[in-house]
Design a protein around this ligand. Sequence first.
Ligand code: AGP
Length: 605
Amino acid sequence: MCGIIGYTGYARAMPVIIDGLRKLEHRGYDSAGIAIYREGELEINKKEGPLANLLADLEDNPDSCMGIGHTRWATHGVPSDKNAHPHTDCKGRIALVHNGIIENYASLRKELILEGHDFISETDTEVAAHLIEKFYRGSLETAVRKTVSYLQGSFALAVISRDDPRTIVAAKKGSSLVIGLGEGENYVTSDIPAILERASQLYILEDNEIAVITPDKVSITDFGGNPVEKEIFEVDLEPIAVEKGGYDHFMLKEIHEQPAAIRKTLQGWIKDGRVDLSALEFDEAFKNTRKIYIVACGTAYHAGMVGRLAIEKLARIPVETDIASEFRYRDILWHPDDLMIVISQSGETGDTLAALREAKRRGIKVLAVTNAVGSAAAREADRVIYTHAGPEIAVASTKAYSTQLVVMYLIALYLAEIKQNYDSEEISGLVNNMFYLDAMVEQVLKEQDKIKNLAEKYRDVESTFFLGRGIDYAVAMEGALKLKETSYIHAEAYPAGEIKHGPIALIDDGVPVLALISQDHLVDKAMSNIKEVKARGAVVVAICKENLQENCQECDEQILLPQVNPILAPVVSVVPLQIFAYYMALFRGNNVDTPRNLTKSVTVE
Ligand code: AGP
């Protein structure tokens, strides 16, 4: 969601904050702002639109050694200069940036207005600035502590005052906040990669904690004022790659990084031809598992759909896959031997974390699959398996998805062995096949120009359908999501056999239908459904395996996939859909890496 960066030290603050904002832009790009301390004043600049708008007018401030910055994804109030953060109190003495939602802002705002406070923005955040003003008696820390006791909802706050050229006060409840430790300088941020080049030693704030950060010291207390002893968290991560490496967009670069990411994610988990997750020291929980809940959002949820089919088929354990925002309001029939698997690229998705926390509250074991080292999901789950996709910058997720699939297969194969519910020949065949996935993805990437031509042909359509049966339906869901996100075209995924129960009414002359055909045992059924839509005027693009080419003769176009094992097919069959979404966005003149209305990390409910 919104990105936060703050710096206090003996060097110039502005370049550090700008660099941090660049690395945070994918978290929110409808406006950005900076507050810098200078000679007893807080200089505030904020601008609607992408970060470039702010930077265009920004003058460097060579004297300033402290400041805070923010990239916004609007929740309360339209994207505009006045709604952009930082927000200030009536006198401009206090400036703060916020990520999260202050749920009781309306009543607080009413009271503060009655007390004489002047509000400038439509945001929920501004109440925090005025509350701090109300409670401020010379100690920013005390005023922030008092303020947070009035706030309901979730917040990560970084606050500065013109009375103190050195101190940032940070507070956390619900939304992530991390403090980077340097020599004579310290940082605060919502996202580790924003400061990774500068600080690899971190304090990770937990809920209900306040940090007072100066260049030489960080002191942490809980909301009640009790000191908190923190262990230093060392991150061993490559600094975020902000270069596009010769590609025009991060999305295309990340699509092409998939073979390497798949190899890296597999590394270390396969020994002597067997998947071995014993290093997790979680075998007891795996053995006892009676039922699995896979909970995630968006693309990660689609990876979970594949995970469900793989686990049920290979390990014969019942699995439910749930959208996190729905899961937490279901009346789950919990059993102590249930296992929850949460999947999240960022490890910070609010809905997913809420589900994770609910499971933990019920005493259920949780395994997190995430790409973000040190993220809330990684820290709060009982165990974590990392996807080694590397930093994913494009908002539309690609390499995170394929590596999530790889981890789901590893879990399914390991559970199959542990539960001894398996056909050993099938399992070792699949394990062996996993080593070829990277090469198969390479092969599909070579179809890029053909897919680009298809995108050029269909660039002006208003509506598309993605059809598949079985595991292909899960991929159809991901293909449709990708196209919606980047091209803003209506894209609907349906189980191929279900379309005749209503949605076929939407099929008309020239409507493109992308049909996933990778399941040998379902090909005839799928083709019957394809004939039904063709008979109503659809143009059908088949994404089909080479060996099923003959069956797909009646489709208008074919993109061929290598002969992958049907269970593993999603890793390969999603690639043409990612490339298609990329080029559709490009030809329609959209912002490929930062599509409208979206953000990389959705931390609010
Ligand atoms: C994917 O292209 C999306 N941007 C989005 O659906 C994303 O997958 C979802 O918000 C979940 O994010 P997470 O994996 O970081 O939890």
